[in-house]
Unconditional design. Structure first.
Length: 122
């Protein structure tokens, strides 16, 4: 199991490595059109590290999975049906999912406990 700090550090490291790989692939092979796929490693790593750290952020997990599925759907719509232009609209499902998941999950933590009083009050 990973700690939350280790999981966050891993995701940050993968983000830096993905950006580096993107630039290297692009400059060395001029394959910019496929090099961007390395950025898909970031949400995959975030989901897996969240699971390994025991993170209870169900809303984030659902949103991450929807982001990956939206990308796959976009690729299928583009490559198979040549629907690149209207296909990008599939990405609108990501913020919609995040909003709906946030409404139905209790991931929000209150800033102050209800029984705590402000130190300046009696």
């Amino acid at each position: 199991m990973l700690t939350k700090k280790q999981a966050d550090s891993l995701v940050g490291l993968v983000a830096v490595l993905a950006a580096t790989a993107f630039l290297l692939i692009g400059f060395l092979t001029n394959a910019w059109h496929v090099a961007w796929l390395v950025f898909l490693l970031i949400p995959v790593t975030a989901i897996l590290s969240g699971l390994l750290s025991g993170d209870k952020d169900i809303g984030g997990l659902i949103t991450g999975m929807v982001a990956i599925l939206a990308t796959i759907a976009y690729m299928i719509m583009g490559f198979v049906f040549n629907l690149w232009h209207p296909g990008w609209l599939v990405f609108m499902i990501i913020p919609i999912t995040a909003i709906i998941a946030g409404m139905f999950t209790d991931d929000k933590k209150p800033d102050n406990k209800p029984d705590e009083q402000d130190p300046g009050q009696d």
